[in-house]
Structures are given as structure tokens and as C-alpha cells.
Design a protein around this ligand. Structure first.
Ligand code: MN
Length: 196
């Protein structure tokens, strides 16, 4: 994705380009997840950055160079910016280069989805499941805890599902696996392809 850059030292809220997404993510979930949880991470980050020596860096650089509270908030802003950017009501099948890479690495789109969902379902506690590109140009699926982002391991992040309970609890309660399976209906693969 295009990295987020601060404007006069301030990161702005990543915009939502859609409202509720069918039966997959409700308006109520979006209101809390984007409007409250993400807003708190953005506000905290903007409070913590002045005097840290990390002011005015692009967000991914802040994530790579920070630890503690700044890392936690910067990581969560980057993770959520990518999460909310990748959903839409169209383009639900991989095409082009990302389709080629998925077929080559996992055998098929279905096999990839199964592994991605399984890694998301078995991540203990709060975190994110990611599809990334490694330095050799291969796709990898990783489980990242809490605010972690694959950029800290030198990977290029392509797709992520948030498995913090705040992402699904209002709509799916304890059924994390159902939430993960439903998200494929709203992934915009053009966005994912453009992150390659
Ligand atoms: Mn979240």
C-alpha cells in the first residue's frame, strides 16, 4: 500500500470508503472498529510522537524503528489502514500476478483460503493473520500478535484479517472462524494486487 505520511507531524484517520458491507461487517461494528478503536490508536500515536525522534517519518518507518507504546499504536494504525482499505463490494477473485503467485504457492485459491483461515482461527489471543511477499518473491502466511506487522521482518504485507475480538464480536460473538470465512466476500483483490 501507499505508506501513510504525517501532515505537520499529525497522522490523519484513514478514510473509510464504504459503509456497512452486506451481512459480513455490520454498520455497528464499523462504527466501533473504525470510529472508536482505530481513532484511539491514531490519537494516541499523535500524542506520543512529539519528542520521540520519530516525528515526520512515514508510518511503516515508525513501526520499524519503535518499541513499546509508540510501536503498539503505530502498528495498529498501519494494520487497520491496510485492513479497512482492502474491502469493497467487488473483485472477489484474485486476478493477474497475485492469482499466479497464489496458484504457484498454495496450489489453488481454495487451498490458500483454507490455510489463511486456519492460521487466523488458531492464533491465540489478539492479533492478525497476514499474506506477505518475502525477499525471494514468494508468498508467506504469518500469524502476528497484537500490533505486529510483517514489515518488521522485511516482508511486504499484502492482505490481512484482524482477529482481535473487537473486529467481530458484535456480529459473530465467539465464532471467529465464521467471521474469517465470511471476509472473502468483501476482499477487493485489485487492492491486494496493487500492494505487490
Ligand atoms: Mn482492529
Amino acid at each position: 500500500m501507499k505508506d501513510l505520511t504525517p501532515n505537520n507531524g499529525i497522522f490523519e484517520m484513514p478514510k473509510l470508503s464504504y459503509g456497512a458491507l452486506g451481512d459480513v461487517i455490520s454498520k455497528e461494528t464499523l462504527l466501533f472498529h473504525h470510529g472508536k478503536h482505530l481513532k484511539a490508536y491514531v490519537d494516541n500515536l499523535n500524542k506520543l510522537l512529539p519528542g520521540s525522534g520519530l516525528e515526520n517519518l512515514p508510518l511503516a518507518e515508525v513501526v520499524k524503528r519503535s518499541e513499546g507504546a509508540i510501536f503498539n499504536n503505530a502498528g495498529q494504525v498501519l494494520n487497520h489502514a491496510m485492513y479497512f482499505e482492502q474491502f469493497n463490494n467487488a473483485n472477489h477473485e484474485p486476478v493477474g500476478k497475485i492469482k499466479e503467485l497464489i496458484d504457484k504457492t498454495f496450489g489453488s485459491f481454495d487451498a490458500f483460503k483454507k490455510e489463511f483461515e486456519q492460521k487466523g482461527a488458531t492464533l491465540f489471543g489478539s492479533g492478525w493473520v497476514w499474506l506477505s511477499l518475502d525477499a525471494e518473491g514468494k508468498l508467506v502466511i504469518t500469524q502476528q500478535k497484537n500490533a505486529e506487522n510483517p514489515v518488521t521482518s522485511g516482508l511486504i504485507p499484502l492482505l490481512t484479517f484482524d482477529v482481535w475480538e473487537h473486529a467481530y464480536y458484535l456480529d459473530y460473538q465467539n465464532r471467529r472462524a465464521d467471521y474469517l470465512a465470511a471476509l472473502w466476500q468483501i476482499v477487493d483483490w485489485n487492492v491486494v494486487e496493487n500492494r505487490l
